[in-house]
Design a protein around this ligand. Structure first.
Ligand SMILES: [Zn+2]
Length: 264
């Protein structure tokens, strides 16, 4: 899904190179029919089964964007000269990254490329977020995240995120305590990468995000085109990467590359 950080967030589905706006469909019936075709999101080849949310198996073995360091940024190995696609790595990983705090299902720490803010926060269904540090590359962001993850979780509970029961947290005041606790943990990073490697964001702003949701589900049922060819229901909301129907929730990202006919 393509997102825009309006209040509430605007969602659209890319269909045949056009953007199909979803917010207007709230409260209406939406029918999505899987056409039994999947195309790898990278090489576009037809596939029977997708891996890592949209790739064919060969692409997961050769592309930098499918490498283990995408899930574990601290394992970025660009500096060793072993990046699967150095040009891609140069652009995506050897670029400024932000270490942030977000509240999607409670507080969590995360990292993303600087240019991915606030899209990354919206993808996670965060109701608020704030940047903590700017670092020069992906690897350093991963190392900082690990140090912070000893004090705050680094995962989102998507069921809680979709329940709409996330309580508001004052991230700014919470971050002050957190920064005191972790201050001594970064000596190794400074030693290895220099004093400039970790820039604390001065006077950070806590961004608040609202999602187009009429009603949150009481019970969360996960829908999938792998189990059901046609998904039809009343669209009750959109949050994170999920469409919330009256009959269950559909993770759109998981179905990247699936060919789907939309009847609204
Ligand atoms: Zn492929």
């Amino acid at each position: 899904m393509v997102v825009e950080a309006t209040l509430p967030v605007s969602y659209s589905l890319p269909l045949n190179n056009l953007l199909f706006p979803l917010n207007d469909l709230l409260g209406k019936t939406l029918k999505l029919k899987f056409m039994q075709q999947i195309h790898c999101v990278a090489c576009k080849k037809p596939i029977k089964k997708s891996y890592q949310d949209g790739y064919c198996f060969p692409c997961t073995q050769t592309l930098a964007q499918s490498d283990i360091c995408i899930i574990k940024p601290e394992r970025c190995h660009f500096h060793l000269g072993t990046c699967r696609e150095p040009d891609w790595g140069q652009h995506h990983c050897m670029a400024p990254h932000i270490v942030y705090l977000a509240n999607a299902s409670g507080i969590k720490v995360g990292i993303t490329r600087k240019t991915n803010i606030p899209t990354r926060w919206i993808d996670q269904g965060a109701i608020s977020a704030m940047p903590l540090y700017e670092v020069p590359n992906r690897r350093v962001s991963g190392l900082v995240e690990i140090a912070l993850a000893q004090h705050v979780p680094d995962k989102t509970n998507w069921r809680k995120m979709l329940s709409g029961q996330t309580e508001e947290i004052d991230l700014i005041s919470l971050s002050k305590n957190l920064l005191k606790e972790v201050a001594s943990k970064f000596d190794e990073i400074y030693e290895k990468f220099g004093a400039q490697a970790l820039k604390l964001i001065e006077k950070p702003v806590m961004v608040k995000l609202e999602y187009p949701v009429l009603e949150y589900p009481q019970k969360i049922t996960s829908l999938s085109f792998d189990k059901k060819e046609t998904i039809e229901g009343t669209l009750l909301g959109i949050k994170g990467q999920y469409l919330i129907f009256d009959i269950g929730v559909l993770n759109i990202r998981k179905h990247s590359g699936y060919v789907v006919a939309v009847h609204a």
